[in-house]
Design a protein around this ligand. Sequence first.
Ligand code: BGC
Length: 758
Amino acid sequence: MRFKGPLIAALLATSMSVALQAQEPAARASQAGSGPAASMSAAEARAERLVEQLTREEKLRLVHGYFPPFVIGKPGMPTDIIPSAGYVPGVPRLGIPTLRESDASLGVANQVEQRKGDVATALPSSLATAASFDPTIAYAGGAMIGAEARAKTFNVLLAGGVNLTRDPWNGRNFEYLGEDPLLAGRMAGESIRGVQSNGIVSTVKHLALNSQETGRMVLNAKLGEAALRESDLLAFQIAIEIGQPGSVMCAYNQVNGDYACENRHLLTDVLRTDWGYKGFVMSDWGAVHSTVKAANAGLDQQSGQELDKALYFGAPLAKAVADGTVAAAQLDTMVRRILTGVIASGAMDRPLSATVQPIDYAAHADVAQRAAEAGIVLLKNERNMLPLARTAKRIVLIGGHADLGVLSGGGSSQVRSVGGAPIEIPLKSGAAASFARLTYHASSPLQAFRKLAPDVVVEFIDGGDHAAAAAAAKKADIAIVFATQWQTEAQDTETLALPDGQDALIEAVATANPRMAVVLETGGPVLMPWLDRVPAVIEAWYPGQRGGEAIANVLFGAVNPSGRLPITFPAAAEQAPRPAPVGLERLKDPAAATAAANSGGGSGVTVDHFPVDYPEGSNVGYRWYEAKAQKPLFAFGHGLSYAKFVYSKPILSGGKEMTIRFTIKNVGKVAGIDVPQIYTRPADGRWPARLVGYARVDLQPGASTEVTVTAEPRILADWSEAARRFEIASGRYRVEIGRSAGDRENAGEIQLEARAIR
Ligand code: BGC
């Protein structure tokens, strides 16, 4: 979503505040799971009967939606529109609800505080959720967001971002679930299931290959069919199977020459024919470029129509249906799919309240804190630096505004969190300037430290003056540097280096006091030139509304860290398949950049399409590093614990299915959670090791448990273009138990039978 400058001012001046009056208790995350949604097939049959009763005019009304900030208060507009991402009027005579859409990657979004005073619970970034490798964390987060959305009168959530992290600098990595199709797909599916447990629609987005923000509206992502099916599309496929989202959002970019939202191959051949998807495809905001081509390719609904160059699915669609360039039956199909998604999710049968309902924010904050704690990754821990010694008398926290709060990522996912924004800085320029502000959540690590360690003197210094920071570190028993890197939708970061001299700050502090640690609050990987001199590092991502508490709990050992990296951290930018955003130079002209990345074409500035090639194919992330024999800084799957785990000799079985069974024992001194990862590769080495399964086990010291992991068959397979299906080739496969993709123990070899999977 994006705004135009003057419009924001006007919008905020008229400020539609949300009445937070109490009526009836809102659904709570804890009640999630009640009211099973009708199955997609039953919903489809019901939708078909509704379509028969709709007039042509009503059908045409359902296939396009408003962008509220641009229409609120205009003559003839419905009076119940509130500022948010989208609004599609319903058909009351048939009980078809109005679709009230909000962004919701990390919580119910409220960008640039368009709804004055309306706060919501902010989860940590999706990368943190992915780092938990825990489906229950993903589900609980989704259920929490869905509960708040319903209470705030939204019934369609623009959630479920599952684009694979192909580039470490992508500005939206924090909204996605990492680089592995199995992990990302499963976690997205669980989160969608959680959202929809509230009887509302979730999307899965952005189909497909929206892998970079630079030129996202004009780039042509090029990838061969087999590679696409084995990577990005597989993540979507798994997410859809598990989550059954009511809707799929198509992406801005082109995929192999056709815009994603008019890409027949993606929207019909893959999604409908091969995957049997019955819900609806909505466009991203400003991603529609045609009427006839888009409708016939499989786009069902034009979203936020004011952001497109034209109202493609309004009068032009009526005309196209009248003259037969879009068949009347196709319009029926579009409407049937929309209604199928709405019915199957429960949104049809569980109408929204007319007014905002109360929310149990305290319970929801706990959901956010658990997600942050489960997702923090202990990257390095030497010389017993962590957990922090209880004997320390004086600790100094340095930088990162750790006195006030924790950083969040910018863009359409921005949540105005409970407690407000202690820091909020508008951007002066760039593609994100019109709709993103650098924002902190009010969760102060300093306060959390003081609460956890009341007998310790905990001080804060801002880190701007390196000499002063070094002096403060010297005076303290322990120094902790909070280093931040802000990322936002609509922009990629141009460098993986920490900005604003923070590397030098860390060096200065490490020199002054070797008893120190670094806490990273970053959108994704950063370079760490100081790593050898720093004994302990944690990756806290954007840790959400209870991030300060979560960081303190992990550092003090009240929570034993259990997160594992869902993305590779490169040792140098040159290790990545593309060391910098493609097209950056071309888009350096600010007007062109804004047009390309942000306006959907409304600005009138034309930027040529440019290709982005993905030579890594389906060897995304860690697979690329292995194929290229490169050692990253931290491998995918890496993450330390304060406990220690050992694995027994595994028992493998092959044949039709690959299974591995082994015992895992906590031989450490404290309780902890381990995430054993199973990697497999063909003995002939035709592809590098792939993550085929994993487990997450919580063990008391001395305790052990048996773990059985069955490989996801599609990960073991190659996509056959000729047969249009996954095929496992018969042969020998090597199996390994990994503590990360870069640290694997040989588990043996198995023989797999040939098998086809559709
Ligand atoms: C983003 C989507 C978002 C939509 C509506 C777009 O710019 O790409 O993820 O859901 O805006 O705000």
